[in-house]
Design a binder for this molecule. Structure first.
Ligand SMILES: [Zn+2]
Ligand SMILES: [Zn+2]
Length: 329
């Protein structure tokens, strides 16, 4: 038996035929990057191939001087007879699954994905393949997401309720992904301020011509308590920063898939938790895998052992591989 089309090596997922790594975690010459989150898009690669939308985000995070090449979804590139193409993963703006084809054999690396349409990221598209490498951050049956508009309505209600008490609303959301998803989908109910890290990601996304709908301003020292009184603040964290002193009275909330677990809010000392994730839930994972028609499933980050055992019970040839990818923070 010859070598697998993709191998799990110390440096990352490797295609030896093309001498290309996908989302490598050690420095290599040629990297294909699924999306711009820090655990998938690392510094030190000589050359990055990724979706056009991910390039400004990666440059904002890794430096302007990185060498990049952009692809559109569905556009094919051939390296030493291996065909590579990117397909929407629905995870964050620019996120892609990587399809790899050689000698009629097709593998797909999912990166991170969600099957729910968030309105902003290009929606997930299943890609038929023989072997599917899937994340499984939320690969347990307890993780089932509500439709997005339900979650957005509850955030709006929370904000309005805080406004009626002249309190500021401080919501924690990851700076790339959920921050923009909230910004894009919320009704314009009042002023919105964003933490500098969110502002930086917003600007990078807007460089690709994407509009985030709601108006927003970065938090600066020149703002006063009165400015924040009825405002919503989007920030990656709700504690530990000096700027929270600027706010006056405020309520806190977090947006995360982990909020589905009991006790999570209390543990993080939050007033409110919204179950909102950029990863597929239990149903999403199972549906996505079915749609690929793949017989071989390789599970990476998340509940990979439990999830691959479940897939084997369903008659699939599934196993786990270790990576340095992380799930939702
Ligand atoms: Zn990610
Ligand atoms: Zn990940």
């Amino acid at each position: 038996m010859g070598k697998s089309l993709l191998q799990f090596t110390k440096k990352g997922i490797y295609c030896s035929q093309a001498k290309v790594y996908i989302d490598p975690w050690r420095p290599v010459d040629k990297a294909i990057v699924t999306h711009a989150h820090a655990d998938h898009s690392r510094k030190g690669m000589k050359h990055y191939l990724t979706h056009h939308y991910s390039i400004p985000i990666m440059k904002a995070r890794l430096g302007k001087n990185i060498v990049t090449q952009g692809l559109h979804y569905g556009e094919e590139i051939t390296i030493n007879e291996v065909k590579f193409s990117l397909h929407p993963a629905g995870h964050v703006v620019g996120s892609a699954q990587v399809r790899v084809e050689y000698n009629g054999e097709v593998w797909v690396v999912s990166g991170d994905y969600k099957t729910q349409d968030d309105g902003l990221s290009t929606p997930f598209e299943p890609v038929k393949c023989h072997t599917f490498i899937t994340e499984c951050t939320f690969g347990l049956p307890v993780f089932l997401w509500q439709p997005q508009h339900h979650v957005i309505s509850s955030i709006e209600e929370w904000w309005q309720n805080n406004q009626s008490q002249n309190r500021c609303s401080l919501i924690s959301a990851y700076s790339l992904g959920k921050a923009q998803r909230i910004l894009y989908n919320l009704a314009p109910l009042g002023p919105i301020y964003v933490h500098s890290s969110v502002d930086q990601m917003n600007k990078a996304i807007e460089e690709s011509g994407i509009r985030l709908k709601n108006k927003y301003q970065p938090i600066t020292k020149h703002l006063s308590k009165a400015d924040f009184e009825k405002a919503l603040i989007i920030s990656p964290g709700t504690t530990g920063d000096n700027w929270t002193k600027l706010l006056g009275k405020f309520n806190t909330a977090a947006c995360s898939g982990w909020m589905q677990l009991r006790g999570m809010k209390r543990r993080q000392n939050l007033d409110t938790g919204f179950v909102l994730s950029d990863h597929a839930d239990w149903q999403g994972l199972n549906q996505a895998i079915k749609c690929t028609t793949a017989e071989n499933i390789i599970c990476t980050h998340g509940y990979s052992d439990i999830f691959s055992a479940w897939l084997r019970e369903q008659g699939l040839n599934a196993h786990t591989e270790q990576t340095l990818f992380q799930g939702e923070e």
